[in-house]
Structures are given as C-alpha cells and as structure tokens.
Write a protein that binds this ligand. Structure first.
Ligand SMILES: Nc1ncnc2c1ncn2[C@@H]1O[C@H](COP(=O)(O)OP(=O)(O)OP(=O)(O)O)[C@@H](O)[C@H]1O
Ligand SMILES: [Mg+2]
Length: 274
C-alpha cells in the first residue's frame, strides 16, 4: 500500500539509511548491526538515539507477543522521521520505548549517550521529563485546566518557580500560535487548537526529541495540515521530530521513513520531498 501511495505523493528515496538493500525481501545479513564494543563509547556527535537489538515481549499467559523483534536504529539531532507500518506492527511500542514511557525486554537504548534501557521508573521519568516531548493522538489534555495550566504541567515536575513556569508556558503557547487562547479550557478550543496546546506542552521543557503518535489522527485534513506546518517550522528551527502516521500525505512531510512490520524494521530511507 505504501509503495503505491508513495508514488502518488512523489516521495523519492534519495539514500538508504544503514547498510541494507532496498529490496522488499529483507536480507538480514545485510542489515546494519551495531558494534557491541562501541556501546560504552560516547555516541558520535549529533547522534541522539541509538537503539540496539530492541525486543519487547508481552507475556499473555500461554502466549508471548513479540511486539518488537530486534529493532536496530540510529537517529541524529534535527532529523524528521516518520514511522509507518500496519496496525499492530509495533509503532506505538517503539515510540513508547524511545519516549522512555516503557523499557525494552532486551536490547539497549542509548539516549543522548546515556543507556536508559535498565533505568527504574523514577529515573526513567526524570530522563523523560528532561529529554522528551510527547504528543498523542487523543491530545490527553486536562479537561478542567485551561491552556496555560495544561502547558505548565510538565514544569511542575522540574522544580521551576511559578513565575518562570507561567512565562515559559506563555512562550510555548505563543510559539504554536495560541497566545490569545491561554485561558480557554480544552472544551472551548477547536480540535486543531487542542492539538496545538498539546504540542506546546510537549515543547515547554525544550525537549531533545519531539515524539508524536498519530498527531493528526483525530483531526480533519485541513487542521492536520496546520499541525504539520507547525512541525515543519519546529524542524526548521532545529527540533528533532519522530512521528507515527498511517497517512502518506502526512509521512511525505518527513525527511526519513522507517517501516515496521511484525516488530521489525523492513525499510529505512531518506526521502526527497521538496
Ligand atoms: N500492553 C500490551 N500487552 C500485550 N500486548 C500488547 C500490549 N501493547 C501492545 N501489544 C501488542 O503488541 C503489538 C504491537 O502493538 P502496537 O500498539 O505497538 O502497534 P501499532 O503499530 O502502534 O498499531 P496501531 O497502528 O493499531 O496503533 C500488537 O500485536 C499489540 O496487540
Ligand atoms: Mg499505535
């Protein structure tokens, strides 16, 4: 499906990421394998994510579900990546691991040079708060709080004083074009505005990585376009962005595509889209 859709949106693959062939049938021996001896070294300059042989298993009594099946992947600062694949292929599982909401069953995850694969919940939450901004399909805003309070929330856990919290939240809302909606509750905002509040909340801690799992999934086409334009602006300003999408017209805005199937990376390439 993606192959045809890509033709439609004229995505031209310009370079393969890693060292495996651009064939549909994957020759595992050609896939980029991390050098195990390199894992204790500091990452190459600019590298922010290094996933090494990531597996995620869910034990369901008699059955074990292999949601991720040995994902190897590196991403650099200021990349703009779209993760695609069929339902159940492991996209959200991978995003949750990248976003430090969850840990791999086996494998190593190096985030900005720190091995975060085995951190306990508290330490993981600290890393998440410092490094990650998350945007969800369903916005996940606090319904009784206004836009400003919603955006301030992540700062509550950072030990930042009240005045600075407010200033930074205001700044983030300005950045997403919602400076005039600070006291509106989610129910008093449009879908696109709600998602922009969620983006402001994700940005307020100045995260190394902005993660978005189907950020336009609940928006109409035009509003989805607005959110994508905002992402493009953020990317141009240096933000690293990883998003999950089913929609080719959304994916085409990213600079690199990673395809998952049955918990494995089947394709990973840079695209020319401008
Ligand atoms: N907490 C869990 N417990 C058990 N199995 C799970 C759990 N979370 C995910 N899975 C399973 O892992 C696989 C990958 O799920 P995941 O949510 O990552 O897929 P996805 O690619 O995001 O799909 P979608 O496009 O539908 O959102 C699925 O088979 C799913 O049923
Ligand atoms: Mg999902």
């Amino acid at each position: 499906m993606f192959e045809n859709e890509e033709k439609r949106f004229e995505v031209r693959r310009i370079k393969l990421w890693g060292s495996y062939k651009p064939t549909r049938s994957i020759d595992k021996t050609l896939m980029a394998t991390p050098d195990p001896s390199a894992s204790t070294d500091s990452p190459p300059a600019g590298q922010v994510i290094d996933l090494q042989s990531i597996h995620k298993n869910y034990d369901m009594g008699s059955e074990t579900i292999h949601a991720l099946n040995g994902v190897d992947c590196r991403m650099e600062v200021n990349e703009y990546v779209a993760i695609m694949g069929p339902s159940g292929s492991g996209k959200s599982t991978l995003m949750n691991i990248i976003g430090c909401l969850d840990r791999p069953s086996t494998g190593e995850y190096w985030l900005a040079g720190e091995n975060v694969s085995k951190l306990n919940d508290k330490a993981l939450a600290r890393v998440r708060n410092r490094m990650i901004g998350f945007v969800f399909q369903t916005f996940n805003l606090l319904s009784k709080s206004n836009a400003l309070q919603n955006v301030e929330t992540p700062l509550l856990y950072s030990g930042i004083g009240r005045r600075e919290r407010r200033n930074r939240a205001l700044e983030a809302l300005e950045r997403v074009g919602l400076g005039d909606r600070t006291f509106h509750k989610p129910s008093e905002l449009s879908g696109g505005q709600r998602q922009r509040v969620a983006v402001a909340r994700a940005l307020v801690n100045d995260p190394a990585i902005l993660l978005a799992d189907e950020p336009t999934g609940n928006l109409d086409t035009r509003t989805g376009e607005d959110i994508m334009a905002l992402f493009e602006e953020l990317y141009s300003a240096g933000q690293t962005i990883i998003l999950v999408t089913h929609e080719p017209e959304i994916a085409v805005r990213a600079k690199r595509h990673i395809h998952l199937r049955d918990g494995e990376v089947t394709e990973d390439y840079l695209v020319e889209n401008g």
